[in-house]
Design a binder for this molecule. Structure first.
Ligand code: FAD
Length: 280
C-alpha cells in the first residue's frame, strides 16, 4: 500500500528535533525506517510528519568510557556486528535479517520499537544496560533496560523523548554466545538466547547473564539459569542442568511460527548452546 501523505524534516540538532516533536504531536521520529516504513505502508501508522534523526551529530559513535560501552542511538546493526568488544550485542546484530536491513536499522530504533522478537532488546536487558533519553529543554534521563520494555510494542519512552544513547558495562574477560532459531535463514527469531559468562580463576562461573528473545510480550532475562550457574561449575553437565530451567517464568504465546510448548523447548536447547558457546 502507499503511505498516507506526510511532511519530512531532517533537523541537525537534538533541540531542533524536540522543537519539531513539540510543534507536531502527530509526528514520528525516523531512524533506519526498517520498522516504521513497513508500518506506514500497511497504514498501521499515519504520522503527519517524519523527523529524521540521521543528521544529528553525537548519535552515531561507539566508545568506551570508564568501564562502560556507550553506543549512540543511530548506530546501525552492521556497525554493532563488527565491534567484537560488544560481545553478545555484536553476535546478535550479525543475525538480524540481511545486509540491507543491517545497514539501515539502528539500535535506538530497535529498542524504541519495543518488539520482543527483535534481537537486540533481550541482550541489552540481560547485560543490565541503560537507555539514555533526551527531553525537551535540554534535560535527559537514564532508564534501566529492565524497566524500559513495558509490553508488546510498548516502552517507557514518553512521546516527547528521544533515545540518544545505550550504555552497557564492558565486562572484562567475558565470553559470549548468541543462538537464534528461525524457520528460514534471515527470518525473525522464533526464539533466541544470548549468554554472557565470566569465569573465575579456578574455572567456576563468576558471573552469567542470559537473555530470552520472543519468549513473552517483552524481552526477558532467564534468572533461574543464572542462579543455577553463578558460583558453581561451568562444565557440560552444569550447563545442561541450568539450561533446562530456561523457560521458567516465561509465558510465550502461540503464534503462526510456533506453539508455546515448542518455544519453551527451543529456549532450553538454545540456552545450552549459547552457554556452551560463551563458556568455550
Ligand atoms: P525505525 O523503523 O526508524 O523506527 C522504529 C520506531 O522507533 C518508530 O516508532 C520510531 O519513531 C522510533 N524511534 C526510532 N529511533 C528513535 C529514537 N532514537 N528515539 C525514540 N524513538 C525512536 N530486527 C531484528 O531484530 N531481527 C530481525 O531478524 C529483523 N528482521 C527484519 C527483516 C526485515 C525485512 C525488516 C524490514 C526489518 C527487520 N528487523 C529485524 C527490524 C530492523 O532491525 C529495524 O531496523 C529495527 O527494528 C528498527 O530500527 P530502525 O532504526 O529501522 O527504526
Amino acid at each position: 500500500m502507499i503511505p498516507v501523505e506526510f511532511e519530512y524534516t531532517a533537523p541537525e540538532t537534538l533541540a531542533e528535533a524536540h522543537r519539531a516533536l513539540q510543534e507536531d504531536p502527530e509526528a514520528k521520529l525516523l531512524a533506519g525506517g526498517h520498522s516504521l516504513v513497513p508500518m506506514l505502508k500497511e497504514r498501521l501508522a499515519a504520522p503527519s510528519r517524519l523527523i529524521d534523526l540521521r543528521r544529528i551529530g553525537g548519535l552515531h559513535g561507539i566508545e568506551r568510557q570508564n568501564g562502560t560501552l556507550r553506543i549512540g542511538a543511530m548506530v546501525r546493526h552492521a556497525a554493532l556486528a563488527s565491534h567484537v568488544e560488544l560481545g553478545a550485542v555484536a553476535k546478535a546484530a550479525r543475525t538480524i535479517a540481511d545486509p540491507q536491513v543491517r545497514h539501515r536499522g539502528t539500535i535506538g530504533g530497535s529498542l524504541a520499537h519495543g518488539d520482543p522478537a527483535s534481537d537486540l532488546p533481550a541482550v541489552i536487558v540481560a547485560l543490565e544496560g541503560t537507555i539514555v533519553v533526551s527531553q525537551p529543554g535540554g534535560g535527559s534521563r537514564e532508564i534501566p533496560a529492565s524497566e524500559f520494555f513495558v509490553d508488546y510494542l510498548t516502552t517507557a519512552l514518553a512521546p516527547e523523548e528521544i533515545v540518544i544513547e545505550i550504555r552497557i558495562p564492558a565486562i572484562e574477560g567475558a565470553g559470549s554466545g548468541y543462538q537464534k532459531f528461525n524457520a528460514r535463514h534471515e527470518d525473525w527469531a522464533m526464539v533466541a538466547v544470548s549468554a554472557t559468562v565470566v569465569r573465575a580463576a579456578d574455572g567456576s562461573c563468576q558471573d552469567v547473564r542470559i537473555g530470552l528473545t520472543n519468549m513473552g510480550s517483552t524481552p526477558l532475562r532467564a534468572r533461574a539459569v543464572e542462579d543455577a550457574l553463578r558460583g558453581g561449575a561451568l562444565d557440560g553437565p552444569a550447563i545442561a542442568a541450568a539450561a533446562a530451567l530456561a523457560d521458567q517464568g516465561a509465558d510465550p504465546p502461540d503464534d503462526l511460527a510456533a506453539s508455546s510448548d515448542y518455544k519453551r523447548h527451543l529456549a532450553r536447547v538454545l540456552a545450552r548452546r549459547a552457554l556452551q558457546e560463551a563458556a568455550g
